[in-house]
Unconditional design. Sequence first.
Length: 127
Amino acid sequence: MPNRAIIHTDNAPAAIGTYSQAVKVNNTVYLSGQIPLDPLTMNLVEGDIRDQIQQVFKNLLAVCEASGGDLSSIVKLNIFLTDLSHFPVVNEIMSENFSQPYPARAAIGVSELPKGSMVEMDGILVI
């Protein structure tokens, strides 16, 4: 039977539904989707898509750190955007947060995200 642990940190938004921030199974961590919520107020950050993307990376980092890793531990990143024209901004901010070798990645255009967010990301990391 695999070693399983539920990951939680107050440095990332609390789960707003029936899910955990992350689940660690052995040395693999499955991150739940993060939207650009401020963990203190649980409101979307104010500003443009750049501000939202930066907050999502902060939230992901907090959960990664609570899992014993960091952003460089992410091996697969899924990005959901309500407007795929924002993809160049994602690439720019990703280059500020990651170095080579980059994680595997998918970018998916969606019509709507929770709380009116313009971006959501989830992923898998290996510790």
